[in-house]
Design a protein around this ligand. Sequence first.
Ligand code: FAD
Length: 495
Amino acid sequence: MKPDIIVVGSGFGGSVLASRLVDAGMSVVVLERGPWRDTVAVRAGGIEKRKPLPRTGGMLSVLRSLRPPKGPKKGIRLNKYGYLEMWIGDGIKVPCTSNVGGGSHIWAALLERAPQGFWDDRATGLGDETLSPHYDRVERELKGIRPRDASTVPNHTDGAWSNESCFAPLGDGEQPLLGILFPGPDGNLAAITDESGIVREPLDFNRDNGMFGSPGASKSTVDALFLLPALGRGLTVRDMHEVRRVSAGKAGGWTVEARDLRSGRNVTLAAPKLAVCAGTMNTNALLLASRDTGGLTGLPALGKGLGANGDLIGKWPVEDRDTTIGPPSFGRVKIRGHEDSPYVILARGETPPLPGFLYNGARRKAGRSVEIVAMSQDAADGRIWSENGRIRFAFDLGGSPSYAATMQAMDAVSEASGRPVAYPNSEVLTAHPAGGCRISDDPNEGVVDGGGRAHDHPGLYVADASVFPQPVGVPPSLSIAAWSSHVADRIVRNH
Ligand SMILES: Cc1cc2nc3c(=O)[nH]c(=O)nc-3n(C[C@H](O)[C@H](O)[C@H](O)COP(=O)(O)OP(=O)(O)OC[C@H]3O[C@@H](n4cnc5c(N)ncnc54)[C@H](O)[C@@H]3O)c2cc1C
């Protein structure tokens, strides 16, 4: 039987959307190219086919695929169960994850709202007020909290970094919420079951729970918090299904062609509605490839306005502390003299997932520096396009005044601390790409309207950061989840 809607991708966008639509009584199939990951929550949820998070398997357990500007047009696949895909463009590199739960396994669980006014005057029927109840709801669902007592959280910026003269104090409410299950006052790390039946272990500050995932499920991930409960309400999730092409049916509706990566077979599904939530890079790539082969037409703004969220990562040596201890992100800081921009967080020293005999040395090395991760609203003047069947993309940080300001802020840290911050100054590595399917009432400027509907393609929706008319300049996932919740609302109203 045909589902009411097919959802491509199961990150923040896809999982929130699928869960909302199932709640509204729709039949929903999620197609996700990655596997379910073996976490305490997923195991307890009864999912049998699971693949481990990358822990000790070296780079091959990490790297799924490469999308270089040269070589095979569709990229190079190294390990179909791998965790990360690396997109390499002109002036920009983007890591994208491949999991049921998408980037919620890699994230540092910082929950931040978009700057005030971000959603206003973008399109009819959209504004901060429209999105506000959705932010409130997803913030609760992602279990955003402040640690009860930050002084008990190793390396937390609300205390542990206050003797650094380069940082200015944060105002009330400026420290973002964290989607993390912290241990209680007794420090007990035994698993607990929450009100929805999800099993999670509190965060062990001494173990790696950062970018290579959280085996105890102490980080909030959307596979556990949205998909597992929705399975019990009728949701179908087909993992290891990579969507290769989507096309509009002549009599309406959508056809989706996918590859079952386990069996190697091609699969075709159809539904009246389709939501593409494959993350900025893969959503643009899928829509461009589908247009190249006649599955879509028009969409003149597709690929315009690619931004990097002003991301700039600096490595800063530290003295007398171990940065491999604590939560995945230590929290927000403000750089003295640069308090208004960029938005800055400190991220733990990540130990690469190496075999045991190499691990300890790598961890000691990782613990001697901290990452200063800066974000800002860049000019979003990059683009993504298709050239003879190859997806190309480009972004020049020189076009964004916000990047020049961020580099000055990094230099201010070097100067005040006497310890130089090393950062790239000609190329961007961004964890937060945005744009290409921007929101606008004008089809020449944007791909979707204020309800996430693609222009001139009835039944096609987009729910991820590719719709952002400009980068949020802060951690974006809460905004992606809120947008997705809003789009679900519109789909249900029209259903
Ligand atoms: C190290 C790191 C730390 C981060 N920390 C934070 C943080 O603290 N706070 C924050 O807000 N954000 C953080 N982020 C960013 C966050 O991970 C992303 O914003 C978020 O995951 C994007 O959500 P999404 O739903 O748009 O896409 P994704 O989460 O990337 O989900 C897209 C899904 O679609 C699947 N997919 C792609 N193509 C196909 C296809 N053709 N067929 C089927 N499935 C497909 C992918 O496998 C993936 O699972 C971090 C990112 C990194 C790299």
